[in-house]
Design a binder for this molecule. Structure first.
Ligand SMILES: *Cc1c(COP(=O)(O)O)cnc(C)c1O
Length: 362
C-alpha cells in the first residue's frame, strides 16, 4: 500500500473548466481564438485536455519539454511554443510545435532549414514589441523585412504577428497599444499583398479589452494562462468584477509537523535570516503556531500562499518549513493535520514543476 504523499497540489478540473468556458466563450463571442497557456502548471496533460475540450485553438507553453509532455500524453490540439525558440532547439521546435513566436532573423533561417529537412511547414508569429520591452521587434522596418523573409521561406508559414504586454515593463494592453499592433500588421499585409490569419493581442492582461468592449476588431487571438487557470490578477489587482470565475482552481495541501506556543519575536541578538534578509518581527506576545512541511524550495515566496482556514496566517518560511500563526484558528490544529492554501500564479508555477510535490487532479 502506498501512502498519500504531501505536499500535494490539488487541481479542481470542474472549476478549471468553468473558467475555460467563461473566458473562451467571451473571446469567441468577439471573434477571438484562444491559445491555452499551460506553463503555470508545467503543462499538466489533464489541464491541457480541459482546454482541448473547451475549444482552445492552440495549447501553448514556453518550454519545449512541456510540449513533448503534451504530445506524449496524446494532446491533438496544435501546439504553440511561446518563448522564442533557441537556435539550439530548432529541430525539436519543428518536431513538437506547430507554431512558434519569433523575433530574430537568424532564427527564421534556422527554423526554415529545420522545417524543410523534416518535410513540414512550421507556423510563425512574429513578435512586435510595443513597449513592454521583453521580446519582439522594436523597429517597424525590421519587422516588415522579417515578415517578407518568413513569407518567402519554403518551410515556414507566416501566420501573423503578436505582442506581449504586462510581463517585464508592466505596460497595460490599452486600446491604443493594440491599435498600434493592428497598424503594424496592416503594414505587413500591404507589403506581402495578403491578409494575415492572426493578430495575437497578448495574454491575460488583454482580457480587460473584452470586458470593456473596446478590443480592436482585428485582434483575433489571445494567449491566456493566469486569467483562466488562476484567475486572480484581474480581480484582485485591477478590481474587475468577474464573479463568474472560480479563483480556487488550485490548492496546496501541506502537513503539520509541529504545533507549539512560542514568543512571536525571536529571542536573542538579531542578524540575518536564511535568505540574507533582515525582516521586521512584531512582538505580539506568546501565540500558538504551527509548522507545515513545505518551504521556499517548493513555492519560492510564501506570500503566494493564502490559508483556506479562517484565522490561520502565514508568518514566514525557510527552504523547507512554512510557519503559521494559528492562535485564532477556528479549529484545533494538531500534528499530522493537513492544511490547505490557495495559490497565486508564482507559487503554482514552482509547486507543479518539482518532483517533491505531488500533483493531483480531482
Ligand atoms: C506566459 C505567456 C503568456 C500567457 O500569459 P498569462 O499572463 O498567464 O495569460 C502569453 N504569451 C506569452 C508570450 C507568454 O510568455
Amino acid at each position: 500500500m502506498s501512502e498519500k504523499t504531501y505536499p500535494r497540489v490539488i487541481i479542481d478540473l470542474k472549476k478549471l473548466r468553468n473558467n475555460i468556458d467563461a473566458i473562451i466563450g467571451r473571446c469567441n463571442a468577439v471573434g477571438i481564438d484562444v491559445a491555452g497557456v499551460t506553463k503555470c502548471v508545467s503543462s499538466l496533460p489533464e489541464v491541457a485536455r480541459q482546454f482541448e475540450e473547451g475549444g482552445a485553438k492552440f495549447i501553448a507553453s514556453s518550454r519545449i519539454n512541456q510540449l513533448q509532455r503534451l504530445k506524449d500524453a496524446g494532446i491533438k490540439t496544435p501546439l504553440m511554443l511561446i518563448r522564442i525558440p533557441m537556435l539550439s532547439e530548432v529541430e525539436r521546435t519543428v518536431e513538437l510545435a506547430d507554431v512558434s513566436l519569433v523575433s530574430e532573423v537568424p532564427l527564421i533561417g534556422a527554423l526554415d532549414r529545420a522545417a524543410q529537412r523534416a518535410g513540414r511547414k512550421h507556423g510563425v508569429i512574429l513578435m512586435d514589441d510595443l513597449g513592454d520591452l521583453r521580446e519582439g521587434f522594436w523597429d517597424q522596418g525590421q519587422l516588415i523585412d522579417a515578415a517578407v523573409l518568413v513569407e518567402e521561406a519554403p518551410g515556414l508559414e507566416l501566420m501573423g504577428i503578436g505582442t506581449n504586454l504586462g510581463c517585464y515593463g508592466s505596460v497595460l494592453a490599452t486600446p491604443d497599444k493594440l491599435e498600434e499592433l493592428v497598424r503594424d500588421a496592416e503594414a505587413i499585409e500591404d507589403k506581402i499583398g495578403r491578409h494575415l490569419k492572426y493578430i495575437s493581442g497578448g495574454a491575460t492582461s488583454s482580457i480587460p479589452r473584452i470586458l470593456e468592449g473596446n478590443m480592436p476588431s482585428r485582434i483575433n487571438m489571445l494567449r491566456i494562462g493566469e486569467g483562466i487557470i488562476v484567475a486572480r490578477d484581474l480581480i484582485e489587482l485591477y478590481d474587475y468584477k468577474m464573479d463568474y470565475m472560480e479563483t480556487t482552481v488550485s490548492n496546496l495541501q501541506a502537513e503539520v509537523i509541529e504545533v507549539k506556543v512560542k514568543p512571536t519575536h525571536p529571542v536573542g541578538e538579531i542578524g540575518y535570516d536564511a535568505f540574507r534578509r533582515q525582516p521586521e518581527y512584531v512582538d505580539r506576545g506568546m501565540r500558538k503556531r504551527a509548522i507545515v512541511a513545505v518551504g521556499k524550495i517548493d513555492y519560492s515566496f510564501e506570500t503566494g500562499l493564502t490559508p483556506l482556514d479562517e484565522g490561520v496566517e502565514v508568518i514566514g518560511a525557510s527552504s523547507d518549513h512554512t510557519l503559521l500563526d494559528i492562535e485564532d484558528a477556528k479549529r484545533d490544529i494538531k500534528v499530522g493535520d493537513i492544511l490547505e492554501f490557495n495559490l497565486d500564479y508564482g507559487a503554482l508555477v514552482f509547486l507543479t514543476q518539482t518532483s517533491e510535490v505531488a500533483v493531483e487532479t480531482v
